[in-house]
Design a protein around this ligand. Sequence first.
Ligand code: ZN
Length: 155
Amino acid sequence: MASIYSGIACPHCGCCATEDDYYKTGEKFIWCFRCGYSFYRTIDYFDGNNPVYNETEHEGYGMVFVVSKDEETDDDGRTILNRPLSDKEMDEFKQLFLKENVDLKKSYFVTYENGEFTTIAGTPPEDFYIAFEDYKAKMGEGNLELIVPVPSLGN
Ligand SMILES: [Zn+2]
């Protein structure tokens, strides 16, 4: 289906998010890989010729990104946090970063609560926290990092 991918300011944290706009159907998807915000508008059903939309929005609570030094492990990859973590989950994610083969220069564990990012472990990329307008100015309009959806933690 025809859609336009573009970099936008995240409605939740203001950093660079990706919007996938299905301009023909009016469906729209937004993901933020900084705070973990997501928004989905899909056609639920048609009322005559008019689409009736279903909208789902998840606030972002942060991001866990694990990269191993040599061989990939099952823990590798991103986890979007779309609800606050329990103390137990917090500990479990922290444990991941204590493993010997985790590359702490590439991996990061960041939370986003009450409008603030906190680095819990690892090293977020240099431009991770940059506000969208500054990011765009730095990267150039055509070079924005566009992202594809990944599994989230769930509710
Ligand atoms: Zn965001």
